[in-house]
Design a protein around this ligand. Structure first.
Ligand SMILES: Cc1ncc(COP(=O)(O)O)c(C=O)c1O
Length: 457
């Protein structure tokens, strides 16, 4: 069935329920329909080209249109399209688990596959609870995570998520989600210290204070992203993760590095924990592991966490039909081959300073308050007053982001995200193949659209 553009519009409006989307915003305008991709660009149904400044949704690491990944999928589907990991193994999952264990930092050695990031987070929390029950610490079930941090949408992952606005409709959620401060240095409270290092000590110590407040024996895990996406790319202050690791060790709490966005090159390393030099007990991953050519997620865990499940009748009573799907596993292996062959980590490390410098140029605009991030992952915070850092009120934010920016940036040929889950930010996370010419294009589009946005205010 090949539908015309008009037919696609009509059918999409009638039948498709888009995720996290205010459907009424398309009552009087077209739903964007993306039909193909090539490298860092995607094309809509009318043939218009867009620079994919968000890698889809932090996913397309190797870029679009890679036929070798499609061929890997086709070959695997012809050979063995499906078999579960429930009591069976298949070569692609075995090979991928081995390769990921090899790439992962320190002693992370076991891979439990899922199909998505939410399931990875859900699985990590379930493992933490089950593990502590098995080793005689059954009171540990709570999870600490940071304000505004997004960790997924299933009920457990939503309880870990720090965005209250997306939770209300679904309450009550599983009990045990506890919030600690994030590492937004741009808006650090004055009492938290004047240098980034001092702020990092305060933010890490807030985790210790929360553990003690909640009763250390009730806390199972701390979930942290290497660079927190939601709120706009909060990087960790120097020493923050080392201090958090010490605190977790002191109280016997597991450190989960949620790398659904930050793994597979986003920060110039296979895992974000490597960039910041800390050792997690669990890494959750998804998105970039296949560059989106097929869905896959999972968690990498230390052998010690699996030990209680290795003897007698013990079983980790958890599983997902499509987890570690053969086609997705084969695609992930082909994806990692591209990473190696094309030296994508090297490309990010060599070019991230250029990306940063291009975005920093925008600081001459009155609306740009802060540029922050690392690797190929940046947030640009928009402000009403640069000197005072005054932000927009809800109404202005609504008019600015939803009423103008999201649409105008897309119209100008840039896929990115204008987000107001915290203070208003524009988020960028392009494919890892991008180079200076793409950063220049991003800067030019942002400059013209943000200049117009300011004029309209
Ligand atoms: C840090 C983090 N964790 C978990 C998730 C949930 O992943 P998924 O949408 O694949 O369920 C996301 C999604 O963006 C994420 O950014």
């Amino acid at each position: 069935m090949t539908l015309s553009s008009d037919e696609l519009q009509a059918a999409a409006k009638q039948h498709l329920w888009m995720h996290f989307t205010r459907m009424s915003s398309y009552n009087d305008s077209d739903i964007p329909v993306i039909v193909r991709g090539s490298g860092p660009y995607v094309y809509d149904d009318k043939g218009k080209r867009y620079l994919d400044g968000l890698a889809g949704l932090f996913v397309s690491m190797v870029g679009h249109g890679r036929t070798e990944l499609a061929e890997a999928a086709s070959k695997q589907a012809s050979e063995l399209a499906y078999f579960p990991l429930w009591s069976y193994a298949h070569p692609a999952a075995v090979e991928l688990a081995t390769r990921l264990a090899d790439l992962a930092p320190g002693d992370l050695n076991r891979v439990f596959f899922t199909t998505s990031g939410s399931e990875a987070v859900e699985s990590a929390w379930k493992l933490a609870k089950a593990y502590f029950k098995r080793i005689g610490q059954p009171t540990r079930y709570k999870v600490l995570s940071r304000e505004y941090a997004y960790h997924g949408t299933s009920m457990g992952a939503l309880a870990v998520t720090g965005l209250s606005a997306i939770k209300h409709d679904f309450e009550p959620l599983p009990p045990g989600g506890v919030r600690v401060p994030n590492t937004n240095f741009y808006r650090a409270p004055a009492f938290a210290g004047s240098s980034e290092e001092e702020f990092g000590v305060w933010a890490a110590d807030e985790i210790e204070r929360a553990i003690l407040r909640e009763d250390a024996e009730s806390v199972a895990a701390v979930f942290l992203e290497p660079v927190q996406n939601s709120g706009g790319c909060f990087t960790p202050p120097p020493g923050y993760f080392q201090r958090v690791r010490e605190i977790c060790d002191r109280y016997g709490v597991l450190l989960v590095s949620d790398e659904v966005i930050c793994a597979f090159g986003r920060l110039g390393y296979y895992f974000g924990a490597e960039r910041y030099g800390y050792q997690p007990d669990i890494i959750t991953f998804a998105k970039g592991v296949t560059s989106g050519y097929s869905p896959l997620g999972g968690m990498l865990v230390r052998d010690e966490l699996m030990e209680p499940f290795l003897t007698g009748t013990a079983t980790f009573l958890h599983g997902i039909t499509f987890a570690g799907h053969p086609v997705s596993s084969a695609v992930a292996l082909a994806n990692l081959d591209v990473f190696e062959r094309d030296n994508l980590l090297g490309n990010v490390r060599a070019n991230e300073a250029g990306f940063r410098a291009s975005l920093d140029k925008l600081l001459d605009l009155p609306i740009v308050g802060n540029v922050r991030g690392a690797g190929y992952f940046y947030g640009i915070e928009l402000v009403k007053d640069k000197a005072t850092k005054e932000t927009f009120d809800d109404d202005e934010s609504e008019r600015l982001l939803r009423g103008f920016l999201s649409h105008a940036l897309f119209e100008a040929g840039l896929v990115c995200r204008a987000d107001d889950r915290g203070d208003p930010v524009i988020q960028l996370a392009p494919p890892l193949i991008c180079t200076q010419e793409h950063f220049d294009e991003i800067e030019q589009i942002l400059r013209s659209v943000l200049t117009e946005a300011w004029a309209r205010l």
